[in-house]
Design a protein around this ligand. Sequence first.
Ligand code: ZN
Length: 342
Amino acid sequence: MDEKAKKLISEAKKSIESVMNLLEVEEIRVKYLGKKGEITQALRSLGEYSEDERPIVGRFLNEARETVRDMIETRRGKIASIELENKLKAEDLDITLPGKRPSIGARHPVNVVYEELERIFAHLGFEVLEGPDVELDYNNFEALNVPRNHPSRDIQDTFYITDDIVLRTHTTCVDIRIMKNCKPPIRAIIPGKVYRSDASDPSHLPVFHQLDGLVVDEGITFGDVKGVLARFAHEFFGPDTDVRFRPSYFPFTEPSAEMDVSCVICHGSGCRLCKHTGWLEILGSGLLHPRVLREVGYDPEEVSGLAFGMGIDRVTMLKYGIDDIRLLAENDMAFNRQFIHA
Ligand SMILES: [Zn+2]
């Protein structure tokens, strides 16, 4: 009997090791351990043995049953892991690779620069005030000394919604809202989107960002214009930056001036960016026209004011050496992400 049991076990072992899939493992389990399996049947036939033999044969068969059961379970586990491995290989999936990270957004460079401008002017005592993008023609033009027939209306190509309502062409219109609602002293910056019906090209967009400044108080002079704006230029472009003011014309300021800063690339010696002049035009400025002060109900004999305005996109381009304004509107993450640590 000993030999018979050994033979049974060695045969079972052979067939178990030769099978390659779980279905065949199950067939072997049925063959030996199923209701009509060889070991099961042998155990049932114990009565055919003599009383002396019975316990010995019974022990052998029970041991054989346990051994075969263990072998089947081991084989089943091995095949399962082989099948999983093959499946993973077939799917070409490397589970040791790091997972895909969700794409993390970046601050837009215009926002980065705007926040810096806000910080610089906050240190100079300016508060941030905003107004609507859709504006009355009156606030955008007329109150700023640009009557309907004024030639400078041709300079700005305006999106008209009705005869009296426009998409604002500058944030200077908010100056009127502020002055009509507040008493001096006023010291505010006014950021926001502005609209011109320009076609897009490397230096124009139909929607861009402007930052205006407004100061109204007793005794504001052109010295204040120069002081505030030179301080801004040194903070923003660096302490070695030179500034110069050139006479200019804006309907709502008198006198008016453009401010230039020494070129951020060549520092004055001349390059392509500054068109070999050594200077970059940054902003327009001036003292508020007495007509504007009267229009909002102020007495030009009592108070005076200054205003300035700059393109946030333009100073962003100068600061980071961006040569096409359209890049700022495309929201290309690879482009924006360059400024994530700015
Ligand atoms: Zn230059």
